[in-house]
Write a protein that binds this ligand. Structure first.
Ligand code: PLP
Length: 382
């Protein structure tokens, strides 16, 4: 047994996938973004239940993650690598028709020479630089990639033409993202004029699906929304105010639970934990929970975090240690060793949303999720 468990809710996932589908046209493919170990939910746990919900397209960051998806995926599926390909995985990618982004000529030339040797066709997505200035072909290089593709049509299938927005989750970036849309549009026209007719044009992440739902083209690459979280607080508020609703249409998929390892009484005037960040101003009852920053429970929750025990909320006191943190349970007289502690999730009446971690610290929900220890068991629940 591990010292905590993560529960993955299938019904919450279904709710979120239905919500995403309600935002897009029926013909638009939903690519489930499962990079970062499926945003901490685990690739192995998520991929099969996504497939049960008829999601069969998976976007990953690296060839390493592509292999993780490949281990558990069934029937008809597509795996698309948006980022890193390690040299030792190139043959595997070609052999298994794994799709991948091309954002420089070198990658395509290297893969092409391997594909030619084994007489296989590469299925690529050409990434366009539209203004994020991360990866993608600048306009001055469009013709070069087009010529390389057109000279090797038997070995290269351009499945997609794509880009990524530099922060569609915030109005701060509105002008920049609008400019990106114009450049992307220009690229689509140019590539088509050069006889490159991609089957899938795609640019939308979760925030873009919410903000520009009429510009989704053929596929959306959705990460955070499917896990039941918003790309930003601003995106959430924009959405509910646009529709004039006050309920959250998303349901968080993940909850994280541990237990009380020990309980002790501390006298008034003593410091609790490392250093002097928490002073017991009264007799204090302290419960220890065997989870710390080593498992992804951030140190920035020191003296700030909250947990639920027996349907009541309690405060984290002192600093978060590598393997342990402490909770002030003075106000209760009914808590025992081994009682369940909810770190993220809800009890009958209360909720510790993951977003509360972000309000108290400067972390993104993406960051909190992707740092949760891979070794904690993920259990699929209804
Ligand atoms: C992570 C990522 C996405 C998904 O982003 P969300 O905000 O989680 O929907 C889409 N496209 C690319 C290129 C990404 O890196």
């Amino acid at each position: 047994m591990h010292n905590s468990i993560i529960q993955i809710s299938k019904s919450a996932l279904k709710n979120n996938i239905d919500f995403i589908k309600s935002l897009i046209n029926e013909s638009v493919i939903v690519s489930s973004v499962v990079k970062g170990n499926a945003y901490g939910h685990s690739i192995i746990g998520m991929v099969p239940i996504l497939q049960e919900l008829n999601v069969n397209h998976f976007s990953v960051y690296s060839s390493f993650e592509a292999k993780e998806v490949f281990k558990v995926v069934k029937n008809d599926f597509t795996i698309m690598i948006m980022g890193d390909i390690s040299g030792s995985d190139e043959d595997w990618i070609i052999d298994n028709s794994i799709e991948f982004y091309v954002f420089n000529i070198g990658r395509l030339e290297r893969m092409l020479s391997k594909a030619k040797k084994i007489k296989k066709v590469l299925t690529i997505h050409i990434e366009i630089e539209t203004g994020m200035n991360r990866t993608g072909f600048n306009q001055k290089d469009w013709l070069q990639i087009i010529q390389l593709v057109n000279a090797n049509k038997d070995f290269i299938k351009v499945k997609g033409l794509c880009t990524h927005f530099a922060g569609a989750e915030s109005l701060n970036n509105y002008v920049r993202v609008k400019k990106q849309q114009l450049v992307f549009n220009k690229a689509i026209i140019f590539f088509k004029s050069q006889e490159i007719i991609p089957q899938q044009i795609h640019c939308s992440c979760s925030a873009a699906v919410l903000a520009f739902s009429n510009k989704n083209y053929d596929m959306v690459r959705v990460g955070i929304l499917q896990y039941g979280l918003w790309p930003s607080r601003e995106a959430f508020i924009a959405y509910i105010s646009k529709l004039n609703i006050n309920t959250n249409p998303l349901k968080p998929v993940l909850s994280w639970k541990s237990y009380i390892m020990d309980i002790k009484h501390v006298s008034k005037g003593e410091f609790i934990g490392y250093g002097s960040s928490f002073l017991a101003e009264n007799e204090t009852i302290v419960a220890s929970v065997p989870i710390g920053y080593g498992y992804g429970y951030s140190r920035s929750l020191s003296n700030l975090g909250r947990v639920i025990i027996n349907n009541n909320r309690y405060s984290v006191i002192g600093t978060i240690n590598m393997n342990m943190f402490l909770v002030d349970i003075t106000s209760s007289n009914s808590i025992d060793i081994n009682d369940e502690v909810i770190l993220i999730g809800s009890s009958t009446d209360l909720d510790i949303p993951l977003s509360s971690f972000c309000n108290n610290t400067d972390q993104l929900n993406y960051e909190v999720l992707s740092r949760i220890d891979k070794d904690i068991p993920r259990i699929i629940i209804k």
